[in-house]
Ligand binder design. Sequence first.
Ligand SMILES: Cc1ncc(COP(=O)(O)O)c(C=O)c1O
Length: 355
Amino acid sequence: MILDTLEIDLELVSQSRLDEVDFDNLPFGRVFSDHMFIMEYKDGRWCKAKIEGYRALSIMPAMSVLHYGQAIFEGMKAYRNEQGEVLLFRPEQNARRLNESARRMCMPDVPESMFLDGLKKLIDLDREWVPKQEGSSLYIRPFMVATDEYVGIRPSDSYAFIIFTCPVNSYYTEPLHVKIEEEYTRAAQGGTGYAKAAGNYAASLYPAKMAQEQGFRQLIWTDAIEHKYIEESGTMNVCFVIGNKFITPKSSDTILAGITRDSVTKIARDWGFEIEERKVTVQEVIDALKNNTLIEAFGAGTAATIAQIESITFRGQKFELPTKEHRNFSNKVYAYLDDLKNGRVDDPYGWTTRL
Ligand SMILES: Cc1ncc(COP(=O)(O)O)c(C=O)c1O
């Protein structure tokens, strides 16, 4: 079957695994819903779109992704509102970002309508997997890998695009102790930092492990050239409230354009904050910590929405931030985004899609 409009073959499981799942105790990322969406790219076209049981893939040892790493992914969530409807949050942004990643990695675009049709059909079929428990959601993982059976460095001719999902409980993180990293780098100018390329995450494991061994939960990444500018925090974008300004590093080729950060920034603007999206120096953050004008710092990303930063360590000196209870903006924006995503308040931004 060749795809012009997305026709999806359905090969549904005869027996759901829903009954085996304890929705009150879900380990993050280890429980998988009944079905997955899969589509192949061959001869310059996407073909064979299918929803079938979540299963092992059969791969050859020479499959090119295993050697040369053409692999990209997305991360998003579906939520259930009080009426039992399922809501997606800005899914077209994930479709758009997947394609930005794809272009950087010499992979084919997934037309946005195909991404969204496949996604919606999958979530609709597995809607019972969207947890009903307060704070829970269905984590969605779309990804694409190179599938040529070929040992040689060149872009693959064939690819697979897959979406699978995992029900997850509320992602609560203790406020984070972070360190400003000046040795290792997540992304360099001209590199792949703005893409959700699997290799970026592999490269960040070692520095993160080193930081954890020193007692930090996460790193604050700085630029690769001078380690002078703040980029991201772990796998989240980073935001600061300094005085009455909302300040966040501007997206660039070394910073992933996070959908949460974008949403938080738009809301902050509407709530009357002065917004500064620009290069943020380590020095100005340290100065603001020293003169007590840095009142809030947090990571922004799909998993936690907002992850409060409790302390920042720079060159061995630890700076404590005001406690979580005193953080008016980030507490309020977290609650508001949670209400929006779960359909508890009107959505003036048109960010939610109901299924
Ligand atoms: C490196 C990195 N930065 C930022 C983010 C936050 O992006 P989003 O808000 O779209 O989840 C993520 C998570 O996807 C990430 O992996």
